[in-house]
Design a binder for this molecule. Sequence first.
Ligand SMILES: [Fe+2]
Ligand SMILES: [Fe+2]
Length: 230
Amino acid sequence: MELAILFDNRSIAPSFLSGWGYSVLLRPQGLLFDTGSETASLLHNLKEFGFSPGEINTIFLSHFHWDHTGGLLGLLPELKNPRVILHRGFSKGFVREVVRLGGEVVLADQAAEILPGLWTTGILPGPVPEAALVFRPKGLVLTGCAHFGLLELLKTALFLLNGPPSLLMGGFHLLNKPLKEVRTLGLALKSAGVRRVAPSHCTGAKAEKILADIFGDDFWYVGAGSFLSL
Ligand SMILES: [Fe+2]
Ligand SMILES: [Fe+2]
């Protein structure tokens, strides 16, 4: 499978735009994981990769924060009635707008297979209703902001994958965490068998540095414009 990071706080090449938020396109499934904070950069980066909006048939929203949903309403008119998978953590007004713009809303509050091999974790316990995505055949775990905490996610991922993730990727939400705690967390992930990490978005530069020390070559520095083949 291929992962193209369409939206991130940083870009890895000057031709890709950056902005606060996160979005990743999964190919060949044609699934868009979150939508960043606005549509123009999202579409710009999609085209910069050489892809077209027409290949997006499913949109998965992790949680109802503007930096993950802000690109959606402007994107929907470009698409052909995509499935929009979300959960009860989204406002009624937002869901109404999605439907009005042609989205076919699917509510998934609990763990469920949404495309072959691709699972939503369902809403994980935490301060904000948020779900993550797991791709079983490749051991991929994708998180938007990880407000639930990475250990909570790891617990569910271990269960859904029947083993440790081979790649944990996304916003790790460690910006304000004491660095000692970040180190403990990184070591816990490593010893639980997490093979590779590709954090960005709300992870924080200092936290990333600590994770890079722990994971070595298995720490992947990524941003908008990153293209990963698994
Ligand atoms: Fe975020
Ligand atoms: Fe968030």
